[in-house]
Design a binder for this molecule. Structure first.
Ligand code: SF4
Length: 429
């Protein structure tokens, strides 16, 4: 949307008070996200009377989910766009017809391509690359397939063109994202029905881009990881030895009730396969605690699984009983206090695992992507190793940086101190 707006001669401003138009892109994955979206819209709508705001537009998953009902709930809003309509933002803003519909929603079919203008507003040296949209799974707790539609993969040439443009602008790290990365390419068929490439083919094609240094994969659904992916993880220098593979639980009855399509033994086999192919890989995963019917024994099984697997990075979420999902109708909903205490206990375990693992890095030298100044002190730079993803994992703080260090460089850093999740060191190259 930012790219389309810039192409449409709109100018971005840094503060809401000086904007003529405000677009609120919403999340609606669970009720707290919807509530946050509504609160933000109501807060910004005040600028229509107290400031110079002329148009307020709401886009994204909340619109896709609640549709025209929002017109009555939020009369301050001038237009609503669903998840498959964001490319029409400029047309909607320019439409001066008083009788034009306020809400624009359809079955989400749109998939952006290399021709769609794009501004990487998030970082100078790292970018997310959306490789597909939608998901064909039906996990019992998840509303995403309803909001985002069925799997639609982008073609390899389209992704390579977008990536080349990002790299020409200074990006050295690409983070491949989607709702289900493992499924990438399953829907891409040639005229005779033949496959048009999978995840491994895509990553190999991206790795050929000169000046691109790191390619990182997120959201790999555990079941069905293609061999080609393990092959690039093991052998392609630019593909970082890092895999984000959400597992959600470890107890058999929970995995079944969640409809994850995999058993605990199946998950163990998948992890074994990954680690056999890439022995030094860093694995990130996420779990949900407090799913309906989760007993103490189920939780204990999950706890023991995390202890046995010694993952590098773990995120733990408490289950939310979300309207419109099958899990919301299940008996045995777990009390909030129990969910929170299980989340705390599991995170405490992971903190110990992470702390111990990081201690082992003291004295070693690791490559670090320089990203900017530390928010805590201008005397420190911050960056990430190839084993730390943006936003979700820890960081590296760099002391006594020499002259000439710049954002986007990958420098060798000797680790001197470690915390629970972060590292501290000095550049030694
Ligand atoms: S695979 Fe992910 S996006 Fe798809 S239904 Fe399951 S949790 Fe939701």
């Amino acid at each position: 949307m930012v790219g389309a707006l810039q192409q449409g001669a709109y100018e971005m401003v840094d503060d809401a008070e000086s904007a003529d138009v405000i677009i609120v892109n919403t999340c609606s994955f669970i009720q707290p996200a919807t509530q946050e979206s509504i609160d933000t819209v109501l807060e910004l709508a005040k600028l229509k009377t107290s400031g110079g705001l002329k148009k307020l537009v709401v886009t994204g998953c909340m619109v896709q989910r609640y549709g025209k009902d929002l017109e009555g709930e939020l009369p301050e809003v001038d237009a609503f766009l669903g998840t498959g309509e964001y490319h029409r933002i400029v047309d909607v803003l320019r439409d001066r017809n008083e009788d034009a519909p306020k809400t624009h929603i359809d079955v989400p079919m749109y998939l952006h391509d290399e021709l769609a203008p794009r501004i990487n507003s998030w970082s100078k040296c790292s970018a997310y690359l959306k490789i597909s949209e939608g998901c064909d799974h039906r996990c019992a707790f998840c509303i995403i397939p309803t909001l985002r539609g069925k799997l639609r993969s982008r073609t390899i040439p389209s992704l390579v063109t977008e990536a080349e443009r990002l790299v020409a602008e200074g990006v050295v790290e690409l983070n491949l994202i989607s709702q289900d990365s493992t499924a990438y390419g399953r829907d891409l068929r040639g005229v005779e029905g033949e496959r048009q490439g999978d995840l491994g083919d895509l990553m190999r094609a991206l790795a050929k881009i000169d000046k691109l240094r790191w390619i990182r994969l997120h959201y790999a659904y555990p079941h069905g990881l293609p061999d080609s992916l393990l092959d690039v993880l093991a052998n392609e220098e630019k593909v970082v030895r890092y895999l984000d593979i959400p597992l959600q639980h470890a107890s058999g009855p929970m995995l079944k009730a969640m409809r994850r399509g995999v058993t605990r033994a199946g998950q163990e086999r998948i992890l074994e396969r990954v680690r056999k192919a890439v022995p030094d890989i860093s694995v990130r995963t996420t779990f949900i605690v407090g799913f309906p019917g989760e007993t103490d024994a189920d939780f204990r099984e999950l706890y023991n699984f995390v202890e046995a697997q010694q993952f590098e990075h773990v995120g733990v979420f408490t289950y939310f009983q979300e309207d419109g999902t099958d899990a919301a109708k299940l008996d045995g909903q777990v009390e909030d206090a129990v969910k929170k205490s299980r989340q705390k206990e599991l995170m405490r375990l992971q903190k110990r695992i992470s702390k111990k693992r990081l201690k082992g890095l003291i004295g070693t030298t690791v490559p670090v992507l320089i990203e900017g100044l530390s928010p805590e002190s201008d005397l420190l730079l911050r960056g990430r190793t190839d084993r730390q993803a943006p936003d979700v994992d820890g960081q590296v703080f760099i002391q006594n940086a020499p002259e000439g260090v710049a954002i986007g460089q990958i420098r060798d850093v000797r680790i001197a101190q470690t915390g629970d999740y972060d590292l501290v060191g000095e550049i030694v190259d």
